[in-house]
Design a protein around this ligand. Sequence first.
Ligand code: SF4
Length: 332
Amino acid sequence: MNIINTEEISSKYRQKGINLSEKSLSITNFKGSEQEKDLREQPNCDGFGRIRHFKLHPSEDWPINPLPIIPAAKYLGIKQTDELRAQVFQNSVCNWRCWYCYVDFKLLNGDSRFSSYLTSNDLLDLYLKEPNPPSLIDLSGGQPDLTPEWIPWMMEAIIEKNLQDKILLWSDDNLSNDYFWRYLSTDQIDLITSYKMYARVCCFKGIDETSFSINTKADPKLFYNQFDLFKRLRSIKIDLYAYITLTAPPETNFEKSVPLFMDHIQSVDEKFLLRIVPLKIFEFEPTKSRNDINKAELLSGQEKAIVIWKREMKKRFSEEERNLPITNIYEP
Ligand code: SF4
């Protein structure tokens, strides 16, 4: 397996992904892509957006996925439902190549056939032209944090239209780089931390170095970097949540790796495990042609890992704590 040089590729894709002087970003257009085949609704916003239906119960045999449904209900003051519509925009670059990614890899390398440079104002204008636009905007990818300016730029655009109390801004982060700290000014970080309707979800990919590297094609050592990045984000005032993908090969020592992962998280924040949602991986149209790994074995690994995850959660937290809404673990 060729290991990705994350530092080098991140820098290359950052250059492709952003035009600082124009304050624009390379945004994916879904028309004609493999990903488009999996969409329940046609792409919107002239092809640059898609409506995602988040589900509380994505699978019967798996823990619920309260993200972003429960935070959205809290921020927007709406009733919690089993399904939530969100407006998703994807930046067109990502530094990793997860085998289970539901985005075509050609939508992750800034390919100009499937992307254009748009400002956050352009995106917001397209969104507002749509009939019945959802009250949640998800800045996704790709890896949005190759171009972390996207978040404060979108906040500024929303404030300019006086919609800051009506739209929940949500963003994804694959915990691969420190660009948030490297490229954002103090004023931009202040805007993010003082903005009321913003929440962020980061994604831990794998339960140990080996599964992390098989999942992402990144250097196994970067497995530990995820905890450092998480710690930095946890130290500032952001409403932070996380996913974990549990896919792992059969030789994994699940009994050791899952509790150890949890120990690492708890060494940063005792209660944060209650804000981590295990994501069940499914096959999507773009993943069908990725056959350089044994998908069946890795999918079977997630079934073993989830049993231990659930058992450990029971050991580490009371029933009352486990039943708290994800937004009520503590205030951010
Ligand atoms: S980090 Fe996210 S966008 Fe990038 S390849 Fe992995 S799943 Fe896809």
